[in-house]
Design a protein around this ligand. Sequence first.
Ligand SMILES: *[C@@H]1O[C@H](CO)[C@@H](O)[C@H](O)[C@H]1NC(C)=O
Ligand SMILES: *[C@@H]1O[C@H](CO)[C@@H](O)[C@H](O)[C@H]1NC(C)=O
Ligand SMILES: *[C@@H]1O[C@H](CO)[C@@H](O)[C@H](O)[C@H]1NC(C)=O
Ligand SMILES: *[C@@H]1O[C@H](CO)[C@@H](O)[C@H](O)[C@H]1NC(C)=O
Length: 436
Amino acid sequence: MKLLLLLALTSVLSGAAFGLDNGLMRTPPMGWLAWERFRCDIDCDNDPMNCISERLFTDMADWLVKDGWRDLGYVYVNIDDCWSSMERDKQGRLQADPKRFPSGIHKLARYMHDRGLKLGIYGDMGTLTCGGYPGTPLDKIELDAQTFADWEVDMLKYDGCYSNSSEQEKGYPLMSKALNATGRPIGYSCSWPAYQGGLPPKVNYTQLGEICNLWRNYGDIQDSWDSVLAIADWFFANQDTLAPAAGPGRWNDPDMLVVGDFGLSTDQSRSQMALWAIMAAPLFMSNDLRFISNDARAILQNKVVIAINQDPMGVQGRRIVKEKNGIEVFLRPLSNKASALVFFSRRNDMPYRYQTSLKKLNYTAGSYKLFEVYTNRATLLKDSTDFVVSVNPTGVVMFYVSAPADTNLRHFHSDGKLQGPSSYEGEDNSLPGVFL
Ligand SMILES: *[C@@H]1O[C@H](CO)[C@@H](O)[C@H](O)[C@H]1NC(C)=O
Ligand SMILES: *[C@@H]1O[C@H](CO)[C@@H](O)[C@H](O)[C@H]1NC(C)=O
Ligand SMILES: *[C@@H]1O[C@H](CO)[C@@H](O)[C@H](O)[C@H]1NC(C)=O
Ligand SMILES: *[C@@H]1O[C@H](CO)[C@@H](O)[C@H](O)[C@H]1NC(C)=O
């Protein structure tokens, strides 16, 4: 299928299906989530900097503001498991652990709102959370939804440990209704499909899109390249089922970004960010913003990659080439007839020089501007012109490709702003270093 036809088709389709009607998350949500990096560390006596406590979340909030994250769109500060007391209060409501959250969740939400941030909280549809804290089973759903709304919480991740499939079938839609009934717009992340497993899917993605803003399809991410790769492989192997489910207000969630932690090299970090942008994935970092390296910060704050992730058309991209030599190509259609292209290498030997042309990738005839997002180089290219990308082992080369044959070509500059008309008038045969 030709790309432009594909573009027209996908916009018709995404116009036809509606997301959860709470007006939220028209582009994938961005922010910070505690789980992968900080888990269920509750040892505040011996590990006060890293334990799950209000200090951890106010620290992260301060850095989101100070280091420019918030202004790039990373606005959610999300609590995961292990925040609550082991006991509900006298009225049966959930309450925060009094020692670790002495000010309470409502004050914490105010802290976020005062800084232009949002607070997310965690619950579980079973009798217990995965970490063994009080769950929110069917008979507690309305009460807990109201408690979260009373606390002015902005998002809920609703996990699925200790519940069975018939309870989930009732509980996930019921929580959606209960959140709506509070009158407070609360972003809703459902872990339901991660507990349904398997393809062909028992998962009804049409229904998920109607009741949840995002959903965890697959297992938890870990701080390793193996984990990132396994998740990406699963999502692209199942792209024909998953991609049509995504759109404004309803997103597949391959789980947190682990860029800035310990497990990924610089190339692998660029790969995770690039593939998550192609997938229109929520961008929740789980790292320590107090001590993050400049390298990791630059990748996570790359304005062009963020703009690709946040494209308003909200079409989830796909893998379009899977070569036997370990090179894969991914494409995401973007608004203004632009697109994002990622060349990824699974190889482990040396940078691989991959030769292709836009024509081979089924772009329609014309001249295109290609902006290489991690090196800020741009060039003009005819669809028929062969070019070579040099892709590092486990790394990517990623392009923002502007609309074809437009004399007023708008393109990204390194500050991420769209500009036009083009000031870069390269010749086909004078392509810059990285990709020739
Ligand atoms: C609740 O649902 C209705 C109808 O779908 C919608 O119009 C309204 O904005 C929703 N309210 C909240 C707070 O999500
Ligand atoms: C799920 O658990 C409930 C008890 O909470 C039980 O009544 C029901 O039979 C269980 N369903 C399945 C499919 O295991
Ligand atoms: C999936 O959910 C949609 C919307 O709720 C519903 O109309 C449809 O019947 C469901 N499909 C199946 C196979 O249950
Ligand atoms: C390009 O289109 C042809 C014909 O429909 C198809 O066989 C091929 O797989 C496509 N290639 C890519 C990279 O999408």
